[in-house]
Design a protein around this ligand. Sequence first.
Ligand code: NI
Length: 177
Amino acid sequence: MALRDILIEGDPALTKRSRPVKKFDDRLASLIDDMIETMYDGDGVGLAAPQVGVLRRIFVMDLDDGEGPFAFVNPEIVESEGDQEGPEGCLSLPGLFGIVNRPMTVTVRAVDRHGNPFEKTVEGLGARCVCHENDHLDGILFRRHSQIPLCALEDLPGGEEEEQEQALLSDEAGELA
Ligand code: NI
């Protein structure tokens, strides 16, 4: 496993549409392992392949709830329900946060690193993460969805700085990557 460099907003790869994975080989497995390591290293709960310069439809997620990490290959959101409004960040926009509205629950259909199909329903932070990462695969950064101009964490509206930090720590939001 190896750490990969995370591309920063402004890199053209981040605004391109990624293509589906067709080969389920050792190279894909290495990429997924590297992405997981890179996500952990950046303290993110998710990371999408274009963020490491690979324009393929893959993202990884670990909500730090003891269940992950998960790799979603060729994901498709097949159902979404409800909504949630909250702070969001991204490892490709370091130090910048916004307020983004996302569904409260989403069901995503994908295949794993071996090409085996699975379906997963996630809510709260998980739903926020899946939507955020899935957007990366279409070249969309969360800046586009933010209801406020992006700002530093301490400048986010809607609460004292302490409350915001508390919210981030309690997994209400965070550096989604
Ligand atoms: Ni991101």
